[in-house]
Design a protein around this ligand. Structure first.
Ligand code: HEC
Length: 212
């Protein structure tokens, strides 16, 4: 019995860790406090994409005002320019330019039986952003956006619950509502990310995000 348990442990925990663990650079989890440019190198001149507000990244090292990070997320097979936060959920983590796409590595692929779509676990290592946009506690990001949501989304009706919809359902409702609420592109983005990360199917995920 004990031997079998150890064997299963090795097979399910150690082996995948050996295979995938090495592809993932290690670092502290941090969050983007705003939508920011991603750069190829420390010079920070050539932007290769954008990191979305609320995005979780891993800090590899900090040099002066720049931070070297690793971005881990999901792509729908065939769609290369967007990295999503979770498998099957269209919460944008990063949008990439062709030069950024070239740096993405696919770690594994998974087929979603419900939708028959193939999702790729991807990693973008050793890219840079301005370090002032990284925070340790994601609640700092949400507590800055929350007042805007409360103010602008309760003008015509009661404030909707973030859990009214799933992460994939929010964007289509918001396309209409952000026009009604006369939000700027930046504000619309912030409220979209806020609602998606607090959506019905995401709040349940351990570690995804905490209280509103
Ligand atoms: C100018 C008025 C106005 C503002 C501001 C507004 N809404 Fe609405 N909202 C409406 C009206 C009218 C409806 C009902 C009819 C409809 O769905 O078009 C509605 C419906 C909704 C619904 C229900 C949709 C459904 O499919 O059942 C949600 C959710 C919602 N709004 C969210 C928001 C959010 C989030 C914001 C802030 C970004 C917002 N609203 C701002 C007018 C507004």
């Amino acid at each position: 019995m004990v031997n079998k348990a150890i064997f299963i442990f090795i097979l399910n925990i150690i082996v995948p860790f050996m295979i995938f663990g090495t592809a993932f650079a290690k670092g502290d989890a941090m969050f983007a406090s705003s939508t920011v440019n991603i750069y190829k190198d420390r010079a920070g001149q050539v932007s290769i994409g954008q990191l979305e507000v609320g995005a979780k990244v891993y800090l590899l090292k900090e040099e002066k005002d720049m931070a070297e990070i690793s971005i881990k997320g999901w792509r729908q097979k065939g769609l290369k320019c967007v990295i999503y936060a979770f498998e099957g959920k269209r919460i944008i983590l990063a949008e990439l330019e062709p030069d950024g796409i070239k740096l993405v590595k696919v770690v594994k692929t998974v087929k979603d039986e419900d939708t028959q779509l193939v999702w790729e676990r991807v990693v973008l290592n050793n890219v840079w952003i301005k370090s002032k946009y990284l925070v340790k506690d994601v609640n700092k990001v949400w507590s800055k956006i929350s007042p805007l949501f409360h103010e602008r989304c309760s003008m015509c009706h009661a404030l909707p619950r973030t859990t009214t919809f799933t992460a994939n359902q929010w964007p289509s409702t918001l396309r209409v509502m952000t026009k009604r609420a006369a939000l700027t592109k930046k504000q619309a983005d912030e409220i979209t990310m806020f609602l998606q990360y607090h959506a019905k199917d995401v709040v349940k995920r351990a570690g995804a995000t905490r209280k509103r």
